[in-house]
Design a protein around this ligand. Structure first.
Ligand code: SF4
Ligand code: SF4
Length: 67
């Protein structure tokens, strides 16, 4: 099962991963990292197809996709 894991300390809440995910399973969560950014998270790992678009688009290299 593919999985997209956000490394929260690197996330800057830009939402690019939310916009690009073809399965619409990335979302900005309601909790912040130590820099005060609301961090992105994958809300339904079961639906992840491991396309890595979220990881590719992230300007802060804050997403690891495991296949
Ligand atoms: S790997 Fe693809 S399907 Fe999975 S969360 Fe990222 S963009 Fe969405
Ligand atoms: S693209 Fe990267 S920095 Fe932007 S919200 Fe997603 S995980 Fe955070």
């Amino acid at each position: 099962m593919p999985k997209a894991i956000v490394i929260e300390k690197y996330c800057k809440s830009c939402s690019l991963c939310v916009e690009i995910c073809p399965k619409k399973i990335m979302a900005i969560s309601d909790h912040t990292n130590d820099k005060g950014y609301f961090v992105a998270t994958c809300i339904d790992q079961e639906q992840c197809i491991g396309c890595t678009l979220c990881a590719t688009v992230c300007p802060d290299v804050a997403i690891d996709v495991y296949k």
